[in-house]
Design a protein around this ligand. Sequence first.
Ligand SMILES: Nc1ncnc2c1ncn2[C@@H]1O[C@H](COP(=O)(O)OP(=O)(O)O)[C@@H](O)[C@H]1O
Ligand SMILES: [Mg+2]
Length: 233
Amino acid sequence: MNVIINVENVRKTYKMGDNVVKAVDGVSLSVFEGEYLVIMGPSGSGKTTLMHLMGCLDKPDSGEIYLSGQRVSKLNDRDLAKVRNKMIGFVFQQFNLLPRLTALENVELPMIYAGVPRAVRRKRAKELLTMVGLAERMEHRPTQLSGGQMQRVAIARALANEPQIILADEPTGNLDSKSGEEILKIFSDLHSDGLTMIVVTHDPEVAENGERVIHMRDGKIVSQEVRASVGNA
Ligand SMILES: Nc1ncnc2c1ncn2[C@@H]1O[C@H](COP(=O)(O)OP(=O)(O)O)[C@@H](O)[C@H]1O
Ligand SMILES: [Mg+2]
């Protein structure tokens, strides 16, 4: 079983005036290739901060993070962005789509940054949108889509550069339960296809899909449950 993300005694502190918040306070964690990991914990427990550190969106104050064996905790912003764009797809609670772009253009965007030729990226964006059930909505802008449809566009966008890892932060937090279930079904399919899924949630129903559930409190991992043999083996 290969480790795809290794987090070693990582700390991240925020200073707000005289106030010091230990958002992530000495976390160590190994994520295995192909596993479906869920991170739970109350609001403010450090889930998003930990996710940003694992996803190379931010750097720790101390400790080390390795992605596929490469140390990323000391990389400069440019190299960090390269690793991130190649390896990781993000899904956020607020979808984070660009409102002026169509669904198709939103999915194409990461491929433009990656230098994928126009014809190739258009074809792939169409395939991805078809895969998430939006073949009929490709020319729609985000405001013309429901929340569940916007999140499916966001998933297609996350997959654009063929990442190995999906990091999702409260992906169903803004959705009705039916749309939320559709998102979780797509995640399960992606997991079956071999992607490593890391899903942050405080919803126990979302957590049910995880093979392993980690609980955070006050910036620390306080417990973990293993629900199924980790990975696809
Ligand atoms: N950019 C920031 N500036 C200041 N404090 C922050 C920032 N981001 C997070 N925090 C604080 O760090 C703690 C952990 O936040 P967060 O990682 O967002 O938790 P969660 O996602 O579990 O709700 C909270 O106390 C939060 O207020
Ligand atoms: Mg959060």
